[in-house]
Design a protein around this ligand. Structure first.
Ligand SMILES: NC(=O)c1ccc[n+]([C@@H]2O[C@H](COP(=O)([O-])OP(=O)(O)OC[C@H]3O[C@@H](n4cnc5c(N)ncnc54)[C@H](O)[C@@H]3O)[C@@H](O)[C@H]2O)c1
Length: 312
């Protein structure tokens, strides 16, 4: 492989991201964690799986960031996940320190890397990482929207019985319960969801999407979702490494788009080899704009709390 992706945090999302990426055979992989032996063990296990699926990828585990040297992409997924009853915001104090350290160490070894952030509270952690790393916005993107939109697609497929391949959904806004599933832009084979489903069914899907992360936390009891978040970040990494110019919803640093500035927010972004190529602006109606403003206020509040904890 000529490309290298390092994943900081080899827990549930980190190791599952490595799994999805290894299957795509697009980059050599490094898993880093503070727990001794764990990233090495998981990396070796994954490496030993690859002959069965015929993929030639190097997978290395380490407790030392030196192993990440020269990475094209660094995925930051180190930090604690939610337990039942917790919001993503409850993770802020602990995860700010972890994400700050991970950013500094990662960039020391890979000064040109593109950073993909997964750790929650997502939009705030991406902001912290960008400011600490003094990164241009092209090189730092948070994963949230692909996951939230995939959840919505899955729920629409369950309701309609139509293939997930025919269902496109777009969720914008912060990665919290105020996220904004766009029912006018989302569609089943080109037919807007608003026209395809009765209002009560659609409302139930929107609500379930908003609380999709919490639904899984309540079922698992010991942690949060990992298959879907991990495949979402793998899709972002692939779009970047293959220079696909793929438009997906993700958390990006706002510079006036949608009337927002100096914050990360979930918007449609175009991804290519340089990272964030552009932010796509939808024509939103009054109600959609009002919902986005509510979601933006929640993200701004979280960033405000973080700024009180960390000196940037
Ligand atoms: N953005 C999203 O869509 C999304 C989805 C799922 C999870 N998450 C978030 O991702 C984070 C990780 O979730 P998880 O389920 O993988 O948790 P996990 O507990 O399974 O794994 C986290 C790992 O981070 C490691 N870690 C802690 N401090 C570290 C450090 N300084 N350097 C390197 N590794 C360190 C831990 O040892 C642990 O193995 C959580 O904050 C969670 O909320 C985000």
């Amino acid at each position: 492989m000529t490309a290298k992706v390092s994943i900081i945090g080899a827990g549930m999302t980190g190791s599952t991201t490595a799994h999805w990426l290894a299957e795509r055979e697009i980059a050599d992989l490094v898993l880093v964690d503070i727990v001794e032996g764990m990233p090495q063990g998981k990396a070796l296990d994954l490496l030993e799986a690859l002959p069965v699926v015929g993929k030639d990828v190097s997978v290395v585990g380490s407790n030392d960031f030196a192993a990440t040297k020269g990475s094209d992409i660094v995925v930051i997924t180190a930090g604690i996940p939610r337990k039942p009853g917790m919001s993503r915001e409850d993770l802020l104090t602990t995860n700010a320190k972890i994400v700050g350290d991970a950013t500094t160490q990662a960039l020391k070894n890979s000064p040109d890397a593109i950073i993909l952030v997964l750790t929650n509270p997502l939009d705030t952690m991406a902001y912290l990482s960008m400011k600490l790393g003094k990164l241009p916005r092209e090189r730092i993107i948070g994963q949230a929207g692909i996951l939230d939109s995939a959840r919505m697609r899955a729920f629409v497929a369950l309701e309609t019985g139509v293939s997930v391949e025919n269902i496109d959904c777009y969720v914008m806004g912060g990665h919290g319960d105020e996220m904004v599933p766009l029912t006018r832009h989302s569609n089943v084979a080109g037919i807007p969801l608003r026209d395809y489903l009765p209002a009560d069914k659609l409302e139930a899907i929107v609500n379930r999407t908003r609380k999709g992360g919490g639904e899984i936390v309540n079922l698992l009891k010991t942690g949060s979702a990992y298959y879907a978040p991990a495949v979402a970040v793998a899709q972002m990494a692939e779009a970047i490494l293959k220079d696909k110019h793929l438009i997906v919803p993700a958390s990006a640093f706002m510079q006036g788009e949608y009337g927002l500035k100096d914050m990360f927010f979930g918007v449609p972004v175009q991804l290519g080899r340089g990272g964030l190529e552009k932010i796509v602006e939808y024509d939103l109606d009054k109600a959609e704009k009002a919902e986005l403003e509510k979601s933006a206020a929640a993200v701004k509040e979280s960033i405000g709390v973080m700024m009180g904890l960390v000196k940037l």
